[in-house]
Write a protein that binds this ligand. Sequence first.
Ligand code: TRP
Length: 336
Amino acid sequence: MTNQATKTKERLLSGMRPTGPLHLGHFVGALENWLNFQDEFDCFLLISDYQALGDYSNRIELIRKSVYEVTLDWLAVGLDPQKCTFVIQSYVPEHAELHVLLSMITPLSEIKRNPTLKTEMKQIYSKQIALGFFNYPASQVADILLPRAQIVPVGEDQLPHIELTRKIARKFNKIYKNIFPIPKAIIGRVPRLPGIDGNFKMSKSLDNAIYLSDDEKTVVKKVMKMYTDPKRIHVNIPGTVEGNPVFIYHDAFNPNVGEVNYLKKLYRKGKVSDTEVKERLARALNQFLAPIRERREKFKHQPKLVKEILYEGSKRERKLAKETMKLVKEAMGIIY
Ligand code: TRP
């Protein structure tokens, strides 16, 4: 199937910041849904480099490298560029143009109270918060509305941004003209995967993530040092399964449900060691990652092809973006 043939489908848009390689949390939070939807919807997948610049304006090399790494990760998990349009945000500058126009009808108070933004402002990498960073929820509204997307599959932390998008779309439609569909968020199977240290969020800065590009040995090493039930200083002390990262990962990635349930039963009774539970988890994770590594390896040696996918995708979205901008400017009367 070609992109041409998918034209009449409903549109989906989602995106990721190119600030580092993708991890297991990205998979269960978003990528898995993207994969599930790639046949059903006309998918636009955004490498949001403008957004990354909000916090990494002095780390352009990292962004440049990550644009490529994130694309490899997407291809590695099985996203098919014949079905999905991969877009570099800044290669479709209409993202910025729509952001400017929509920011005129976005209440400052909405941005100020955005809970995800508030949390991120505390964890921000740079010392100073840039206006562009503060603004990013509004730019994300433009990302979603530019291709007039109906579906936005994201991790749970992104929900406030989708809520804002719905508000702004409604507001625009009411005061100017009915142009934008009101998009729906779809949350992943595991809304929030904890880090291997038990922290509620996986992130590069906390160095607590297992990456889709980690090799077998690295995965074993990371799993073996994973945080578990701290009260189990002996094997025969009954353990807690609920909220235990090792079991959360088993539930998320071990397809052998029988094995997982059996391990839980033994763990609760103090009849299995943490080491064994972890060894089995490492095995399951490596099995899960094997085909991903294989595809990654294949694409890694075709940098030209990978670039072509990004250029072609950006070109395709740009066509649609120009259509939307024409509608928006007509509706607002910005024609002189
Ligand atoms: N904020 C998302 C992230 O942190 C990336 C993103 C940019 C996005 N634009 C988007 C997600 C539009 C969904 C829709 O990875």
